[in-house]
Design a protein around this ligand. Structure first.
Ligand code: SAM
Ligand code: SF4
Length: 351
C-alpha cells in the first residue's frame, strides 16, 4: 500500500484495510512477537505545566511522591527475575533528580542487571551535555513524545514551549547516542486529520526507534477538563498509519488505549503495535501517577500485570517475547543525524 493510499483510507475512515496492511507490515518485521518493557513511574513531581497532563505543576490535587533508589533497584531486580530485559524509568521533569543523581541510578541498575537489561529514560528535556552523561552512565534509550506536530497547538498545549525545542532535544538525544522514542497523542483539542497525518510523517522523518501513539484522555484537574473525548478508533487509525510509515519502529499498545476500552490494547496490537508495557510501579504509588482519569491496573502488582498482558496477547494470536529488541537488533543501519530540524521536518515556528 502506498502512503497516499493509506492516507486515503484514513480520510475515508476505512479502518479494516488500513489495519490489515499495518498488521502485515508488523508481522513481516516482528513475526507474532510482542515485546515487554517494564514501566517504573519513578517521580510524579513536575515543574512543567502541560495543559493536558494530571502531573502538571499547578495541579494541587496530586499527592506527590519520589521513589527512593532502593525501591527502584528492588523493582528492577523483581522485574529482571520475572524475565524482563527492558526497563523504562518515566517521570515528570523533577529537578530533585539531578543528572548526576540519575546517572548514579542508571549505573546501579545496569550493575544489578549484569549489563543485560536495556534501560530507557523518559523524563523530559535536558541539555545535550546531560544526555551524554546519562548515556555514558548506561542508559540506552530515551522516550520523549513530540505530542503534536502542529507548532501552534504544541505551544498552546505545552504552556508556551516551542515544538522546535522539543525536536532539538530529540536530535540531541540521537547525538548523545540514544535509541530515540517519540510519538504523539491522538484526539487533542484543535487537532485535524491533517495533524494526524503530519504526526505519522514526522515519526518517519525523525527515524524514531520507538513511537508512542495513544489517545488523549481529558483530565478534570487540568485546563482541558472540558475537552471532548475522541473515540479510541481515532488512535487505531493513527497507530496503523505510523506502522505503515515506520515499518521497523517499535510501537506500544498504550495503557491509555486500555483505559479507554477494556480491549483497547488488543485492538491496538491488531493495528500494528508490537510492544506492551507492564506497570511495575509499587501499587501504593500507582494511584498517584494519574495523567488522566480511569487509568487501568492501579491495584495490580507487577506480576499480575505481566500475567494479564500474557493472556491478552494470546487472545490476538501473538506471543510474549522477553527479548530486549534493540533498535539496532532490527537491522537498522547507522541513523543519520538530523542536520537541520526545520529543514528535515519542514517545521517552522510562527510568531
Ligand atoms: N515528563 C515526561 C514528558 O513529558 O516527556 C515523561 C512523562 S509524561 C507523563 C508521558 C506522556 O504522558 C506524555 O508524553 C503525554 O503524551 C502523556 N500524557 C500526559 N497527559 C495525558 C493525557 N491526559 N492523556 C493521555 N496521555 C497523556
Ligand atoms: Fe510534566 Fe511530562 Fe506531564 Fe508535561 S507531560 S506536565 S512534562 S509529566
Amino acid at each position: 500500500m502506498t502512503w497516499a493510499e493509506a492516507v486515503n483510507h484514513f480520510q475515508r475512515r476505512n479502518l479494516e484495510p488500513l489495519a490489515r496492511e499495518a498488521r502485515g507490515v508488523a508481522e513481516k518485521k516482528f513475526g507474532a512477537a510482542v515485546y515487554l518493557r517494564g514501566l517504573i513511574e519513578f517521580t510524579n513531581f513536575c515543574v512543567m505545566n502541560c495543559l493536558y497532563c494530571g502531573l502538571r505543576k499547578s495541579n494541587g490535587t496530586v499527592a506527590r511522591y519520589r521513589l527512593g533508589s532502593d525501591v527502584i533497584l528492588k523493582t528492577v531486580e523483581y522485574g529482571f527475575r520475572q524475565g524482563l530485559r527492558t526497563f523504562v524509568l518515566q517521570g515528570g521533569e523533577d529537578p530533585w533528580f539531578t543528572t548526576d543523581r540519575l546517572a548514579r541510578l542508571c549505573a546501579r541498575i545496569k550493575e544489578r542487571t549484569n549489563g543485560e537489561a536495556a534501560l530507557t529514560l523518559s523524563c523530559g528535556i535536558r541539555p545535550l551535555e546531560d544526555y551524554r552523561i546519562l548515556k555514558a552512565a548506561g542508559a540506552d534509550r530515551y522516550l520523549m513524545r513530540f505530542e503534536t506536530s502542529n507548532p501552534k497547538l504544541h505551544r498552546y498545549l505545552r504552556d508556551g514551549l516551542n515544538l522546535t525545542d522539543r525536536l532539538q532535544a530529540l536530535e540531541n538525544l540521537r547525538t548523545a547516542g540514544f535509541q530515540v522514542g517519540s510519538g504523539f497523542m491522538v484526539g487533542l483539542p484543535g487537532e485535524t486529520d491533517d495533524t494526524v497525518i503530519a504526526n505519522a510523517e514526522l515519526c518517519a522523518r525523525l527515524g524514531v526507534d520507538m513511537a508512542g501513539v495513544g489517545p488523549f484522555i481529558p483530565n478534570p484537574d487540568t485546563p482541558l477538563a472540558k475537552a471532548a473525548q475522541e473515540p479510541l478508533e481515532k488512535s487505531l487509525f493513527a497507530t496503523a498509519l505510523v506502522r505503515i510509515a515506520c515499518p521497523e519502529t517499535h510501537i506500544p499498545a498504550t495503557t491509555a488505549a486500555g483505559s479507554l476500552a477494556s480491549d483497547g490494547r488488543e485492538q491496538t496490537l491488531k493495528c500494528g503495535a508490537n510492544v506492551l508495557m507492564p506497570n511495575l510501579t509499587p501499587t501504593e504509588n500507582k494511584k498517584d501517577y494519574l495523567l488522566y482519569p480511569g487509568k487501568i491496573c492501579l491495584n495490580e502488582s507487577g506480576i499480575q500485570s505481566i500475567e494479564d498482558l500474557s493472556l491478552r496477547v494470546k487472545s490476538v494470536d501473538k506471543v510474549i517475547s522477553y527479548d530486549r529488541a534493540d533498535g539496532r537488533v532490527l537491522g537498522r543501519t547507522e541513523q543519520t543525524l538530523w542536520p537541520d530540524i526545520s529543514a528535515s521536518t519542514g517545521i517552522k515556528e510562527h510568531p
